[in-house]
Each structure stands twice: as structure tokens, then as C-alpha cells.
Design a protein around this ligand. Structure first.
Ligand code: HEM
Length: 403
């Protein structure tokens, strides 16, 4: 294995596209391919990406619920520390610090503000009876919310969006040139974000505010304050993790509702079903399609021997449609309950921002269905997938509607 392969293997296999998804058309609707892979090669080693791919629900579940066997520390030597790539006991300590800022009860209090921002964004575009779901509503809302929670100026949101876009990006094709160029872009975005947050930290050290950054500055683990790198890692993770993902959840829900127009009227008449429809969107059109881990010892998955040190990619988007787990797995069932989808992951790394993402989605979709009728995809509008193999979403989603 050359050094480039080694780097891909140990750190970045989940951002390299697999050969089965080599065109934009396939990435725009990858589910038939996931169905085939899940049924034909449920656990397979991909030489080109130097990683294992896991597609069935029970196997993915096993990987995610066993952090001792499958480590999140996939980027040893990464400059920035982040919750997402920590293992216990450090992960437990760091997660406890921020948990209290993200409980459903705390998040629920944001409801009026989320509604106010949503209505403000819609006021700008509703008179036109057309809008771009990504650009006009689903893109700005999560960025504004997380900026307000963290305590950074929401007016810088174009910058955050541009940085987040680059940080979730993967190479368009599996070549060393494409990989090197994307990695350089990512490094630059990460450095720029760091510099941005360093300035904010200087300001907050002088004067605390009622925000998450001030909370993190005062937090202690075993009597010790967080290091500068840990603080920066947290800020960047919170800004990026909750941004693109929530945008895609909202847009994917609307995308599905334009493919199943009667569902719009049904949900308008029964808003109490919205939370279930949102969970079903997380199962059926999950914004995060795959999650990476490293096997810490030799282990058997689905009858295959996976060696210690191997990169293991769990395909949540395939597992979520596994008929062994879900009845009518290939159908969007807006009333599905229970719905043990893996769209927010599972186990100790289960999405910290899930209550916020759920609330934002519920409020936006509720207001949208109330204010706009017969939302349809703009005729002739071409869709483009987001350039990242682990994200399921589109760059723009133009719609028309009646009021
Ligand atoms: C973790 C998905 C929104 C913050 C995760 C994981 C997934 C996920 C799959 C697990 C990753 C792993 O196991 O390695 C999503 C989706 C979202 C969303 C689909 C929107 C629909 C948010 C929001 C925030 C956020 C709004 C914050 C404001 C985090 C953090 C982690 C995480 C900090 C790491 C937790 C840990 O390692 O303990 N998310 N997320 N996410 N998410 Fe989200």
C-alpha cells in the first residue's frame, strides 16, 4: 500500500466515492444501489477505498453500539480535537459538558425564535409563489440558529455556509489528484474557521455572554479548563455538524413531499403527524448516509473476518431500508411507529443536536405547509447531489406553490 492509500485507509475512506456510485445521477438517488449491495454483498471489502462496507441493519447496529470494538478515533494525529472522533473516557467527559445545552427541554424554548426566523425568511419569497428551498429557507435557518446559540454573529452566515460546504466535501472521483485537491481545500477552510473562532474566544475571554462559547470557556474536566484546541474543535464541530445536515433533512422532506403530493394535504390536516413524517424522512432519505469507525481488534461481522485497524464504513442509508428490520421498508410510511432508524447514528455518539434538528424541521415544515399549498418541484429544474458520498442532499431545490 503506498502512503496515499494508507492515508485514505486510516483517515478518509468515507469521503471517497465508491465505484457503484460513480455518477451524479446515481448519487441523486442511490437507494436501488444500496438495496442491491445490502442483499448481495452485505459485508464486503473494497480494495479501491481500502475499507470495509457494511449494509445490513443488524451489522451496522452492532458496529455503532460497540465503541470498544469500533473506535471513532479514525483520525489519529488530527490537529483539532472533536467529540465525534473521541473514544471513552474522554468522549464521556466532553459530551457531558455540552449535553445540558442540548436537552429537549432547553431546545424547546427556542421554538418561538425558530418560528420567527422561518416566517421572516418566508415573508421574503412567498409573494413570488416560488423559491429555492435550500437557498431561501432550509440553508439559512440552521446556520442562524446555531450561530445564535454559539454566540457568533449571524451576519457571517455566508462564511459559515461556505466553510461547512467544503468541510463535508469529498472528491468527485477516486483519483489521487482529486483527493489531494479536496484535502487542501478542507485544510484551508478548517484553518480559516479556526482563525475566525480564535478571535471570538479572545473577545469572550475578556467578557462572557449568555452563549455556548462562554459556557465552554468556564467548563472544567477534573478541575482543568478545556485547551484552546479542544475549544476550537467544539466550536467548529457544532457549527458544521448541525448545519448542512439540518438543511438536508428539511429539503429531503420537501423533496419527498413533492414526489407524494397528497401527503402534503394529509400533513396539513394532521400536523400531529409531522414528527413521525420527519423520523420517516430520516429513515428513508437520511442526510447522513454513512458513518466511519476503525476496528480495534480482529472481529467477525456477518461471517467475514475484519482485521484490527481496518476502516469500517456503516451504510446507515442501506440499513434503514433493510426489510429484516422494517416492515414495508421500501415505502415511506408517515405514521411509522416505532421507527428505530439510524439517521442520527446510535449509541454513545448518537447525534447531540437531534432535539434541535427535530424541532427546526417540525417548525419549518409546519409553517411551510400552512403558508404554501401544492408545493411542486419547479418544472425542468435539474437537481445536483451534494458532492460528498456520506451526505444525501441536493445543492438547490426550486419549488412553486400556491398561497
Ligand atoms: C453526531 C446526524 C444535526 C451535532 C451525529 C451522528 C450522526 C448525526 C449520524 C453520529 C456520528 C457518529 O456516530 O460518528 C445528524 C443529522 C442531523 C444532525 C442527520 C440533522 C438532521 C445536528 C445538529 C447539531 C449536531 C443540529 C448541533 C447543533 C452533532 C454532534 C455530534 C453529532 C456534536 C457528535 C456527538 C458525539 O460524538 O458524541 N449527528 N446530525 N448534529 N451531531 Fe448530528
Amino acid at each position: 500500500m503506498n502512503s496515499m492509500d494508507q492515508m485514505k485507509n486510516t483517515r478518509y475512506a468515507n469521503i471517497i466515492p465508491m465505484k457503484e456510485l460513480d455518477t451524479k445521477e446515481k448519487r441523486l438517488y442511490p437507494f436501488p444501489i444500496y438495496d442491491k449491495l445490502r442483499e448481495e454483498t452485505p459485508v464486503r471489502y473494497d480494495k479501491e477505498r481500502a475499507c470495509w462496507d457494511i449494509f445490513r441493519y443488524d451489522d451496522v447496529h452492532l458496529v455503532l453500539k460497540n465503541p470498544k470494538l469500533f473506535s471513532s478515533r479514525r483520525s489519529q494525529g488530527e490537529k483539532r480535537e472533536s467529540l465525534l472522533i473521541m473514544d471513552p473516557p474522554k468522549h464521556t467527559q466532553m459530551r457531558n459538558l455540552v449535553n445540558k445545552a442540548f436537552t429537549p427541554k432547553v431546545i424547546q424554548e427556542l421554538e418561538p425564535r425558530i418560528a420567527e426566523i422561518t416566517n421572516g425568511l418566508l415573508d421574503e419569497v412567498i409573494p413570488n409563489t416560488r423559491m429555492d428551498m435550500v437557498y431561501d429557507v432550509a440553508g439559512p435557518l440552521p446556520v442562524i440558529m446555531i450561530a445564535e446559540l454559539l454566540g457568533v454573529p449571524a451576519r457571517d452566515r455566508q462564511l459559515f455556509k461556505a466553510w461547512s460546504d467544503v468541510l463535508v466535501k469529498g472528491p468527485e472521483v477516486n483519483t489521487d489528484e482529486a483527493f489531494t485537491s479536496v484535502m487542501a481545500e478542507k485544510r484551508q477552510a478548517s484553518d480559516e474557521l479556526s482563525d475566525y473562532f480564535k478571535d471570538i474566544l479572545v473577545q469572550r475571554r475578556r467578557k462572557r455572554e449568555n452563549d455556548l462559547i462562554s459556557l465552554l470557556l468556564d467548563a472544567e474536566i477534573d478541575g482543568e479548563k478545556l485547551s484552546e484546541e479542544e475549544l476550537l474543535g467544539f466550536c467548529i464541530l457544532l457549527l458544521v455538524a448541525g448545519n448542512e445536515t439540518t438543511t438536508n433533512l428539511i429539503v429531503n422532506a420537501i423533496r419527498y413531499m413533492t414526489e407524494d403530493v397528497p401527503l402534503q394535504a394529509h400533513l396539513r390536516a394532521h400536523p400531529e403527524l409531522l414528527p413521525h413524517a420527519i423520523e420517516e424522512t430520516l429513515r428513508f432519505y437520511p442526510p447522513i448516509q454513512a458513518i466511519g469507525r476503525i476496528a480495534t481488534r480482529d472481529v467477525e461481522i456477518g461471517g467475514q473476518k475484519v482485521e484490527a485497524g481496518s476502516q469500517v464504513i456503516s451504510w446507515v442509508a442501506a440499513a434503514n431500508r433493510d426489510g429484516r428490520k422494517f416492515a414495508e421498508a421500501a415505502r415511506f410510511v408517515p405514521t411509522r411507529k416505532p421507527n428505530p432508524h439510524l439517521g442520527f447514528g446510535f449509541g454513545i455518539h448518537f447525534c447531540l443536536g437531534a432535539p434541535l434538528a427535530r424541532l427546526e424541521a417540525r417548525i419549518v415544515l409546519g409553517i411551510l405547509l400552512h403558508r404554501c399549498i401544492d408545493i411542486e418541484r419547479e418544472e425542468g429544474a435539474l437537481l445536483h447531489p451534494i458532492q460528498s458520498p456520506f451526505v444525501f442532499g441536493v445543492t438547490h431545490f426550486p419549488v412553486r406553490f400556491r398561497t
